[in-house]
Design a protein around this ligand. Structure first.
Ligand SMILES: Cc1cc2nc3c(=O)[nH]c(=O)nc-3n(C[C@H](O)[C@H](O)[C@H](O)COP(=O)(O)OP(=O)(O)OC[C@H]3O[C@@H](n4cnc5c(N)ncnc54)[C@H](O)[C@@H]3O)c2cc1C
Length: 536
């Protein structure tokens, strides 16, 4: 039976930062920034001031919408500033240094599909570049226009389209508007005992449409974690018309129309709504952590667990640096965070078997605790809270002039040990060369598969004050080169955007690039949609 739900924003009384991560009231204060900076010798002695929109040079909009669309569009400086860039380190430091990217001329907030189509029609007639914008949490330059300086730019913010329109409890799926932020969407599903169960680290500040357009990866380590797996059907508004795929549990009818738009990053069309497969909320949970003195043996343990049929919800391996940083270990050991959950049956047995497998590879861990009865163990809790706090701390370190950023990849198991070693050595050497300081490079495995895994690296180093962007670009170029030589993907879940174009262009087969170009020409004949992303 169809059910409708009303959108709510649980966090709407708090102020979102226009330049940094999340809510302004959660940002570290000056004293905490100084304390963090002291951990990286060579950083500034005082934090850079919080940037103010009033200090930005914001030109008058180069374009005016027609009266019929004027009510959807704003030229408010705060709104324009907040839609200028994503939330990568590169974005944050440019805002802090008063050098943000190209500020869009206008921000539009459509409330229904027809308004999206009307905005695209108008933009096509006037050659206005349109950048679809969900939560704006892109870390790859996905929402930042970097094309011709004379072209007008419209940021198309989808967040006013944030409702769960219909729930089919029989087929356990829901029709959801693309602009719903994670908490807004889950709040509407909760009364039905259902969940999308897609929890990227950016969950609070990213949208369903953004997840679909970037093929986001959720928090879970195995099985259902990529947003792709939950898609039943998509509605996409393109300059060439609107398409709606059929709701099907599976179909072998030629190439999948949904697959064309998953990962299309706003370059082929605007995803306005999707039927998504839902899950029951888990009732049984159990978690534990295992310490290893030997990282290679820890990798072997994770591989064994990933190649079993245990399917842990969480199977994150933290190297010693990552474990120290998150408070999961203080003695130089690597830590494997294991978690199981189910809506159907207790999971303690599965956790016990996984722990036995870890111990067989030299791991030491405490007896498992079922989370229904007892809190998760200390290392698991420490890791979880550090995980959510991390982006705020990154911005605090950026205010100290430090260079702190992450990058992620995936490769088959046979390549993983050499890949991780090469990143540590070669990216470390590049960081030393460009800054004169030794970098901290930590690694964790975020997602594991029977045939490989996704290592996620964090780099922290004192920058060259005032030159932090160039420093990061040097380091990132070295990282791209290492990944390419080791046949590791340029991104496992952070998308391509503009920053990953060099790696993506190398990775994709030439005939596929031809097909993508032809598709872009067919669907977006005026080239207005997110120019520079995926294909020129
Ligand atoms: C601290 C932090 C943690 C993160 N953690 C994760 C993580 O765990 N997993 C993960 O996968 N990613 C993660 N990311 C990256 C980012 O959150 C994801 O790429 C996310 O899917 C982007 O969603 P969004 O709504 O913010 O999209 P935006 O950043 O607004 O847009 C991203 C891209 O999608 C396009 N787009 C947005 N909405 C639409 C639409 N409706 N139709 C068509 N195109 C659209 C945009 O044009 C852009 O190219 C993280 C980022 C940060 C800053």
């Amino acid at each position: 039976m169809p059910a409708t739900a009303t959108a709510t924003d649980p966090g709407n009384s708090r102020t979102r930062s226009w330049w940094g991560w999340g809510y302004t009231d959660a940002h570290p204060g000056d004293a905490e920034c100084v304390e963090m900076g002291a951990l990286l010798p060579g950083t500034l002695t005082r934090p850079l001031p919080i940037p103010r929109v009033a200090d930005l040079a914001i030109d008058s909009p180069a374009v005016t919408p027609p009266p019929s669309l004027a009510h959807l569009v704003t030229a408010d400086p705060e709104a324009r500033a907040a839609h200028t860039m994503g939330k990568a380190y590169r974005d944050v430091i440019r805002a802090l240094r008063g050098r943000p990217g190209r500020i869009p001329d206008l921000v539009a907030r459509p409330t229904e599909d027809q308004e999206v189509a009307d905005l695209l029609d108008w933009a096509g007639e006037h050659q206005v570049a349109v950048v679809p914008f969900g939560g704006g949490s892109s870390v790859v330059g996905g929402v930042e226009y970097r094309g011709d300086a004379h072209r007008a730019v419209l940021s198309l913010d989808l967040t006013a389209m944030d409702r769960v329109l219909e729930i089919d409890t029989v087929s356990r799926s829901a029709l959801i508007q693309a602009g719903a932020l994670g908490p807004v969407l889950e709040e509407q599903l909760r009364p039905h005992g259902l969940t999308l169960r897609h929890f990227p680290q950016s969950f609070e500040f990213s949208t369903l449409g953004g997840w679909l357009a970037t093929r986001a990866g959720g928090h879970y380590a195995t099985v259902h974690t990529h947003i792709d797996d939950f898609v039943q059907s998509l509605r996409v508004v393109t300059p060439a018309g609107t398409g709606l795929s059929w709701r099907l549990p599976g179909s072998g009818a030629g190439p999948s129309p949904d697959r064309l738009f998953l990962g299309s990053e706003g370059a082929l069309g605007v995803i306005t709504r999707a039927w998504m497969r839902l899950q029951e909320r888990p009732r049984y949970k159990a978690s534990a952590s295992v310490a290893f003195t030997d990282f290679q043996r820890a990798l072997d343990a994770v591989r064994a667990i990933a190649q079993s049929d245990l399917a842990p919800a969480n199977c994150r391996l933290l190297d010693p640096g990552e474990a120290l940083l998150s408070g999961a270990s203080h003695d130089g050991s690597s830590v494997l965070v294991l978690g199981f959950e189910s809506a159907t049956a207790p999971v303690d047995d599965r956790l016990a078997i996984a722990l036995d497998m870890a111990r067989a590879h030299g791991g030491t861990g405490e007896a498992p605790k079922a989370e229904r009865d007892a809190p998760a163990d200390a290392a698991v809790s420490a890791w979880r809270s550090a995980f959510l706090r991390m982006p705020y701390l990154r911005d605090g370190l950026a205010r100290m002039g430090a260079v702190v950023e992450t990058f992620e990849t995936a490769a088959t198991w046979d390549r993983i040990p050499a890949l991780i070693d090469a990143v540590r050595t070669e990216v470390g050497a590049a960081a030393l060369k460009t800054t004169g300081h030794a970098a901290t490079i930590n690694c964790r495995l975020t997602h594991v598969y029977p045939d490989g895994s996704a290592p996620y690296f964090t780099v922290a180093v004192a920058g060259r004050p005032g030159d932090e962007v160039a420093v990061w670009d040097d380091i990132k170029a070295a990282a791209t080169d290492v990944l390419h030589r080791h046949r590791a993907t340029i991104t496992h879940h952070h998308a391509v955007g503009r920053d990953h174009r060099p790696g993506y262009d190398l990775q994709r087969p030439a005939p596929f690039a031809l097909a993508l170009r032809a598709t872009k020409n067919a669907l977006d004949p005026h080239g207005i949609l997110n120019p520079g992303v995926l294909i020129d």
